[in-house]
Design a protein around this ligand. Structure first.
Ligand code: UD1
Length: 368
């Protein structure tokens, strides 16, 4: 049989992590011709290149170079450029990850060309419905033929929307990557460089539009981080997303950063090394709130809702409004409690293997 072609589209930090093991398995085993495309949604060296280097991801076969823009323009640019590439490559399947504008554009391009689509991290649902990531993931799920879910809850969400065919509960590829890479996470130099001691700090990240695009929530969050640091006598380490850095400047909030340990965006290994030594996490990142659990750290989640509800219902992670008093209170509460979270919520580290096997089976079942 002629070798099949799968085009895998990535563009933003969490997608590089999700691609890492799937691409590696496919290439090592020559199961299909794996063509990697980078949309260019994230382009700074510390938002992109460092992930390829640290995770051993092959260089992209194509760079679409879209860069930053409004949602419509960014999504539209990926759609136009990716469609051209698909027409030339004529793949047997397109693979997209997560919930970014790159994901939606890739899904639309494939669906309109009637190329089968596989969605990794399908079935996640989160209020409010008009959140950009929610729009991206719902629309992507509804045009996918293969839907790889991290948990039973995600598959239930799909069933409730009448999506029943092609659904596979495989676990979370981010957990696979965490397990494989964990031996590299003891990077003492990132602690030394920032004058930190193990357990003497908490890790914070904030980049969501609803938290940073307006002055009030951003000011409350930065003030909340300072209050938590004061009350717990821990340092706050804050790797700054470029969007957040720009907004802090625009709203003249720099004085609120003074007592915090602010860093550039960090590579995967550095961030995970910090996580393993952090007392706890405060974040609005979907990826980091799960990674915190992988590392046995609890998270205050600065969101009205989360797609990772399993970690909320067992009490491990706690949702919180962008309000300084509530942030302080909730952290003090969770530091005084003992909670455990059931094992295996996101699988056992074999999600990439299961995805590769399912795609292979799908490719042999469809005629060219
Ligand atoms: C995107 C995803 C979000 C994901 C996040 C991971 C969407 C709608 N959102 O959000 O789901 O959690 O990636 O980080 O796709 N910028 C740079 N350099 C870069 C990239 C971005 O300076 O390399 C700045 C630009 O000013 C840009 C802003 O960050 O306008 C936002 O970037 P964008 O990719 O639009 O969204 P994220 O906030 O990163």
């Amino acid at each position: 049989m002629q070798q099949r072609t799968v085009v895998s589209l990535v563009g933003a930090r969490p997608q590089f992590i999700k691609e890492a093991l799937i691409g590696k398995l496919a290439r090592e085993r020559h199961i299909w011709r794996h063509v990697l495309v980078h949309s260019g949604q994230h382009y700074d060296a510390n938002m992109s290149d460092v992930f390829f280097r640290q995770l051993g991801i092959a260089s992209p076969d194509y760079q679409l170079g879209v860069g930053s823009a409004s949602h419509g323009k960014q999504t539209g640019d990926v759609l136009v450029r990716f469609e051209e590439l698909l027409v030339a490559e004529r793949p047997d399947l397109v693979l997209v990850y997560g919930d970014t504008n790159t994901t939606l554009a890739g899904a639309l391009a494939a669906a309109k060309l009637r190329i089968p689509l596989a969605h990794v991290e399908a079935g996640i649902r989160q209020a409010p419905k008009d959140m950009p990531e929610e729009i991206n993931r719902v629309l992507t799920d509804h045009v996918s033929q293969l839907l790889f879910c991290c948990s039973d809850a995600a598959a239930t969400n799909l069933r409730e929307e009448n999506i029943r065919e092609g659904v596979h509960v495989v676990g979370d590829v981010m957990f696979d990557v965490f397990k494989v890479m964990k031996p590299l996470f003891d990077r003492g130099d990132i602690l030394n460089k920032n004058g930190l001691v193990p357990g003497g700090f908490f890790l914070a990240t904030v980049h969501r539009d609803f938290n940073v695009d307006h002055k009030e929530p951003l000011e409350e969050i930065l003030s909340g981080l300072r209050r938590i640091a004061r009350r717990t006598s821990l340092r706050c380490v804050l790797p700054l997303h470029p969007r957040t850095a720009r907004k802090i400047e625009e709203f003249s909030l720099q004085p609120l950063l003074e007592s915090l340990c602010v860093t550039e965006p960090l590579g995967y290994v550095e961030l995970m090394s910090l996580l393993l030594h952090a007392a706890f996490v405060v974040t609005d990142s979907g990826g980091l709130q799960k990674e915190a659990w992988f590392a046995g750290r609890r998270s205050l989640v600065l969101m009205p809702d989360t797609g990772w509800r399993e970690l909320i219902s067992c009490g491990w992670n706690v949702l919180c409004a962008p309000a300084q008093e509530e942030m302080e209170r909730r952290v003090l509460d969770f530091l005084s409690e003992r909670v455990s979270c059931p094992e295996g919520v996101y699988g056992y580290g074999d999600a990439a293997e299961k995805i590769v096997v399912a795609i292979k089976k799908f490719l042999t079942s469809v005629s060219r």
